[in-house]
Design a protein. Sequence first.
Length: 126
Amino acid sequence: MDNKFRVSLNHVDVVEYDRNRRLPGHQRQFLDKMDHDMAQGFELAGEFIATPDAMQRAKFVAMQLVIALQTNEDGLIAASCAYLANRFPEIQQVKAVEQGEQFALELIFAGEEANKVAVQFQDKLH
């Protein structure tokens, strides 16, 4: 079984994260902090989510991942990939496609190519 988590931007694979790599304790603690911070609520697709569920958290982190790719923030790229790969082992890929001043996201889950979750278009940073 392929144990890779992939990220593609504009139909090009840009990140591959190996789920077999064990995270050090401080990195696992950082993922816990991310969960704690998100439990306080966040804005997703222009709407404030006060008590986000797991799927809303996955979408939020995937959006942060794409923004980090656009701005070359390696730390945020690494943290976002680690979060999605470790907290959501069923997510196999994040696909992002820029469309004008916006981008669209899809979360691809293990099993079937048809098992996708689309995320509404989001504004790009630049």
